[in-house]
Design a protein around this ligand. Structure first.
Ligand SMILES: Cc1ncc(COP(=O)(O)O)c(C=O)c1O
Length: 366
């Protein structure tokens, strides 16, 4: 049996006809950049998150970059984040002229260890950027309290966590600002690139609106040096259709996570993902820990089971960030996780027979 890691195409999905109709509507309209589809998506996504406001942008990386700018982060500032994330989290910090300051992750959840953050705050710290990795929210109350105490903005990297909940509230409405990606493989994925910034307070995104459109406040009046960071109407229309299906898809992901838990629970040496009871993850990825990960992975590949690594090299050990002077051993939990984590096939269409096959292959691969 072949088990694909993900299934991002629209073919055969419950929303296929509606996506095609929405795309046709936009293509025929002649309105390709901005306009009613983009405005509607912003309203609907803000409502989905419970956020005061949402602004579409071209990518998740833009969303992070513009959110940092909206928080006033710039040259010489420090932003606290984690090394166990996709490189874009750190890139956005660097792109605004600031320096990423890493804190290690919690061994239980693989998310920012919020107990380590206070010690990393200096007089240069302007923001804290936790990552809701694999679809599970970070311990946000602690971070918001620290943010208030030290006058720093808390920005969620929610690129992997559309609809995840922390103490009954959704991502996008947990920090001061939040950044989402609509890369095709995300829980809410475009048929191309896309991103969104959300804010808890109305009016907080005025600068983001300008930055995405070459810094324009009005036509050809450029108040700040901006970017071409707009979402196109085609993606907005497609995302509106898929947003309506997101709660059902996330519920299906939760069912699949439970099936994996039952199927894998008794395999010796395999550590299953854990999260506290007050958190409702959306299972962007299902990530186990397994000794001799590379050997196990090869055997799964040979058996037709596609897997992923999220992520095999922590950011502080990437060549691009060597200039920061971090060394192996500086963030031992992230480094150890990077060697043992293995992302199993995971998408809402994954069937019970495939889950059972993955479990059998994993049992014999060990
Ligand atoms: C944690 C995280 N941050 C940032 C990004 C960047 O998003 P994008 O690829 O849309 O620029 C991604 C996704 O790729 C991500 O997974």
């Amino acid at each position: 049996m072949k088990v694909a890691f993900a299934d991002v195409g629209i073919a055969g999905k419950p929303y296929e006809t509606d996506v095609l109709a929405a795309a046709t509507r936009v293509l025929k309209s002649g309105n390709y950049i901005g306009g009613p589809e983009v405005d509607a998506l912003e309203r609907e996504f803000a409502e989905f998150c419970g956020a005061a406001e949402a602004v579409t942008v071209r990518t998740g990386t833009d969303a992070l970059t513009f959110a940092l700018r909206a928080a006033g982060v710039g040259l010489g500032d420090e932003v606290i984040t984690v090394p166990l994330t996709f490189i874009a989290t750190a890139e956005a910090i660097s792109h605004v002229g600031a320096t990423p300051v890493f804190v290690d992750v919690d061994p239980e959840t693989a998310l920012m260890d919020t107990r380590r953050v206070a010690a990393a705050i200096t007089r240069r710290t302007r923001a804290i950027l936790p990552v809701h990795l694999w679809g599970q929210p970070v311990e946000m109350n602690t971070l918001m309290a620290l943010g208030r105490e030290h006058g720093v903005t808390v920005i969620e990297d929610a690129c992997q966590a559309h609809g995840a909940e922390y103490r009954g509230r959704r991502t996008g409405n947990l920090g001061d600002l939040a950044a989402f990606s609509f890369y095709p493989s995300k829980n809410l994925g475009a048929c191309g690139e896309g991103g969104m910034v959300t804010a808890r307070d109305p009016g907080a995104l005025a600068l983001v609106r300008r930055l995405r459109d070459h810094g324009q406040a009005a036509r050809y009046q450029h108040d700040v040096i901006g970017y071409n960071g707009r979402l196109d109407a085609l993606q907005a229309a497609i995302l509106r259709v898929k947003l309506r299906a997101l709660d059902a898809a996330n519920a299906q992901r939760r069912k699949i996570a439970l099936s994996y838990e039952e199927a894998l629970g008794d395999i010796p040496g395999v550590v299953l993902p854990r999260h506290p009871a007050h958190v409702l993850p959306v299972w962007h990825l299902y990530v186990i820990q397994v000794p001799e990960r590379n050997r196990v992975r090869e055997r799964l590949t040979a058996a037709g089971v596609e897997t992923g690594l999220h992520y095999p090299t922590p950011v502080h050990l990437q060549r691009a960030y060597r200039f920061l002077g971090y060394q192996p051993g500086d963030f031992p939990i992230s480094e150890q996780l990077a060697e043992t984590i293995l992302s199993l096939p995971f998408h809402p269409e994954l069937g019970e027979a495939q889950i059972a096959y993955v479990a059998d292959c994993l049992r014999s691969a060990r």
